[in-house]
Design a protein around this ligand. Sequence first.
Ligand code: ATP
Ligand code: MN
Ligand code: MN
Length: 308
Amino acid sequence: REAPRSATAQPKPPQRTVKLTHPDRLYWPDEGVTKEGLADYYAEVWRFIAPHIVGRPLALVRCPNGIAGEQFFQKHAWKGLNPNIVLVNDPKEPPDEQLLSIRNLDGLTALVQSAVLEIHPWGSTVADWERPDTIIMDLDPGDDVPFEAVIEAAFETADRLKAAGLVPFVKTSGGKGLHVVAPLKPKAEWPVAKAFTKSIADAMASDSPDRFVSTITKSKRRGKILVDYLRNQRGATAVAAYSTRARPGAAVSMPLSWDELAPGIGPAYFTVENTPTRLASLSTDPWGEFRAAAVPLAEPKVRRKKAA
Ligand code: ATP
Ligand code: MN
Ligand code: MN
């Protein structure tokens, strides 16, 4: 039997070539995380984060003055855009409304230089805009929901995805909830992915109305979890695995194995600070088989008219 491969026994990340101005600028003042510290973090996690952010349209949370300052949610170019951040044409939008994308670690470092503190990719790539290769069920606990209940919700979501033939993975959001994510072979188009994820959210809400809601309008109800399927429509985004969050604590959205999922690891447990240690001590990457586990989403059955 082969020894488990170390999750980090890999070549050193490539050297940075994008220049960081004001490397000591504090992005998370309370944690003492600087621009350079963030660039170092992303260089360390590069091979883990790359599959989730390269070659996809990105929405970005920019905080030029760190998390305590103003925050901008940006999908389009800004003045003085670093050339390592590449413009991409959404085939369904006018050519003057290009979206943003990156190709490599220089692109990611350019995002850091531009004070991007959250990276939110589409679930499809610029090679295949209409057909998602990832779906995500965003579990949003209302007030007074214990994290144990969010964990149970994640397992239930996973069971329903498995029943549909998919392979579910889980990550912390770095905020308040959990994300259950499944890789797809890009075959079905966005409306199919949306209808599929809606059917799961609606089934959870109707089977356990005391635990789940599937519509935003009911999401303020105390004690319930919103099963937010609306990340799964064309143009929607969700925070990337390993992305930092522009919130106090410098938390990151962390991929977990299902057996790690327990109340000792809260939604914001992993941070810029402790992630490198985590990755170095893992014997296997909990999402190592993510892309290999992709299956196509079944097209809805076309109801054929009976021949007269
Ligand atoms: P939490 O666990 O705290 O819910 P989350 O990342 O799941 O963390 P949500 O509020 O559930 O946060 O999801 C917000 C999603 O909406 C983000 O994933 C983001 O991609 C998308 N979004 C759309 N518009 C905005 C905006 N203006 N600002 C922030 N996010 C936005
Ligand atoms: Mn959420
Ligand atoms: Mn949400």
